[in-house]
Write a protein that binds this ligand. Sequence first.
Ligand SMILES: *Cc1c(COP(=O)(O)O)cnc(C)c1O
Length: 411
Amino acid sequence: MSHLSREACLALDEADPLRDRRDLFDLPEGIIYLDGNSLGVLPRAVSARLAQVVAEEWGRGLIRSWNTAGWIDLPVRVGSRIAPLIGAHADEVIACDSTSVNLFKLAAGALALRPDRKVIVTEPGNFPSDLYILQGLSDLRPDLEIRVVPRDLLVQALDDTVALLLLTQVHYKTGEVHDMAALTEGAHAVGALTLWDLSHSTGALPVDLTRAKVDLAVGCGYKYLNGGPGAPSFTYVARRHQEGFRSPLTGWMGHAQPFAFVDDYRPGAGMARLLCGTPQILGMAALEAALSAFDGVDMAVVRDKSIVLGNQFLSLVAERCGGDLVPACPADGRLRGSQICLRHPSGYAIMQALIARGVIGDFRAPDILRFGFTPLYTRHVDVWDAVEHLVQVMSSGAWRDPRFAAVAAVT
Ligand SMILES: *Cc1c(COP(=O)(O)O)cnc(C)c1O
């Protein structure tokens, strides 16, 4: 047996170039947190910053803070800090609204950029909002065809009727990674645009929208970016499309002159037109502070560690847990996001038993246990200890306790 030992994990942590980043996070004692792909851990900088925003900027500054504390510029400022993480120019990204709302804006805007086409291609099993938003859009546009095609047939499904290819780069459930550059090239070859959902990519692996020539993208602020529950999303429109881009949600904050209070809508310059209503300042301030954890971080280093952590988890499970837990993610780390997924018919109860022991992952129906690895704060020894708990839960049958079968509202 060639078990990776706990001592070997401790040695790897000692040599980890990201070792010191963990101190930037307020990790609860006794918890192994493997769910940063769903809700990132609280960065210490956020607590301090939020206390200041509430007490000083809101409490004392009141409405003056829109100008004096720079609140009005937060969407642009936060967007420009996310840009380097996704290979975008600073003026191509803005933070606002939720990922779901931004998907609507970008999908509708893409249709307006391709007025003679009426097909959107996506894949079955995409994240629910990505599919539901398209279904809602087709209620408004009865001529629209939503072509839902399995991933191995996507390229064949592209033809000159297609306006938009909408995909999630890293699959939320299985962690599979699409070849973003190749699929974007395939879409462009037939004159279609691409909209990439980067919710499970941003902050987890290097993304290069410019190199892949992506047209439009959205992503999530509360997963690997650690912006807090319901943090603002971000949206990307390539420079070449900004001039002609029309958001269907023409709120006053996206107007060229919001404080002119005129009756007729005129889109703001560049990404400003993606704004709709008043920015959520507390959430924006939290996200901005959270992003400081990425200052000076090389995403290639993050990616390398993420692959190692995932590979270690997979091989320890294979060696130590018997055959009951079946991997549902690619074995090749390069084809996988920063998560490991295991299938088990009683996956929900097993995850509850793990959570009761302080190992927090999550469950995705119908049968997937999901473990996320966040290289800024997940250690090699956490992987080892988490698998040890899993071994104990499986071998003792502890998960069969009826209290682990009660399904909560949020899984
Ligand atoms: C998390 C996630 C979302 C989240 O959308 P919200 O509007 O923030 O709830 C959207 N798409 C994907 C692929 C996700 O993983």
